[in-house]
Design a protein around this ligand. Sequence first.
Ligand SMILES: *[C@@H]1O[C@H](CO)[C@@H](O)[C@H](O)[C@H]1NC(C)=O
Ligand SMILES: *[C@@H]1O[C@H](CO)[C@@H](O)[C@H](O)[C@H]1NC(C)=O
Length: 492
Amino acid sequence: MIVQGSFVAMALAVNVLFLLALIYSVLGTPDGLPTDDLIRLSNPEVKQPVLPVTVTVIPEAITETVLATVVQVSTATVVTTAIVTPSAAADADDEEDVSPAAIAKARLKSKTYMPKQCDDPFRRPGYLQIPKEQSALLEARYVPYYDEILELPQVQDAVDREHAVHLFDDKPVEDAVMGTAPINWISMLKEHLFYIKVGRKNARAKTLERQLSWIRNRRILMAADSIDRFMAQHFCTALDHKFVIGPDGKHTTAWCTIPSLNFTIYHWHISSMFSNRPGWWAMDQMKRVSFEDRIENVYSRYIKDVNGMNGKTPDLILYQSNLWDVRGYAKSDEYKEGIETPNTYLRRQTTWSELKFFMNRQVQFIEYLRKFFSPDVPMMMRSVIPHRDQGKSDISLYEIDRMARFVAYNLGNEVFEWSHTVPGFPEIYRDDMHVNVSAQSTVYSDMLLYYLFRAVGGAQVRGKVTRWPSESTLSQAEAWEECHPYDFLTTR
Ligand SMILES: *[C@@H]1O[C@H](CO)[C@@H](O)[C@H](O)[C@H]1NC(C)=O
Ligand SMILES: *[C@@H]1O[C@H](CO)[C@@H](O)[C@H](O)[C@H]1NC(C)=O
């Protein structure tokens, strides 16, 4: 029965593909389809045929190398796919529908190609380029690996024969490769704010004004833990702005505001997915622990502050609480076993029941936030980082992280993959769990701005802007949806 069923399904799939191939041959390739601007995904299930894509070609859109002081202008075209909501994609099953939109939906469903701007650089494996000078920390970059680096000149190992060692130089990443790294927005922002402060109005000041105008009036909300609060703080101090702890203490609200841009990152402290206040709770400031209780009683009065330009949601939300969940499980061990557990360490796996509990609560948390704001608010799960003395006992953190990823995947949230950059750098921590000012805090800041740029309609391909938010015709919800379907294909 099962075998038969899968045969039928296969035959059906082949038919659908054949039909689409037929449509393709009849209609021909849509004019001006620059297939180079699409990325073939290695999806073994769907190799052929190559389906046509409905594209909006914005002619002569300007691609700017925003990093260079000299602005390079090329005549690259911008390619965007039609926006397909999940429910609309399901309609593509209708074989009768041969409209270009339906074909585009089928193509999206086939997952053979994705637009280049949807290849998220921070989800790629990459290298952290750390400036040698501490004063240049804001120029640290995450350098994602693209195929081109395979073509770089071969490096020979220079053998020192006398000592039989292999010597390599310590040159930084080539400019050409650095040019493909995601834009160093935070450095540009610092320069921009400096020009605003001193009232400079030269050409460079005007260029920055134009290139960073999308940051104006935006709000980012972190419904997260102290790791993110420190990152918001580092964002602010890097820009010579004051990080503010709210009147009810740092375990309630804190924010980084840039008044000249009317831009704010708000932090709402969310500690764990527990549904009530545990007995061991030591934080006097936090009388309420469950997220429902906190959001309703503590945070709801701040809702006007956190809403961005659409007036009903922040422009981007990051969430995370993993460390507190782990601490909660560790504390229960103390009670159960009568043993002393070091504050933040859990020297065992998370139990299956603990994981399922976390899963259920995380689902409720996401649904709660969507109800509180709006279902289409862009949300990202900030991936977990290990403790400074990692390796001892972080298995539970990683287990909860994998569950958080699974929940994010199923509920349509994306992963803020900062944790690529942290493990193995114990010296960047300020204590046993919080990352201090570092190359990693720069990358975090650039990531926040990368995703905000995307959320407000911008597109970036290999370190170059291919569409400015001001050129975008997408609504805010559509802007996020543009790349959202591809997010899970590039999960590494
Ligand atoms: C500041 O930004 C908020 C959120 O987008 C907006 O509601 C408010 O009108 C802005 N204020 C000014 C003076 O533009
Ligand atoms: C964090 O980094 C700053 C800036 O480098 C440094 O002054 C400070 O001592 C560091 N804090 C800790 C606790 O290591």
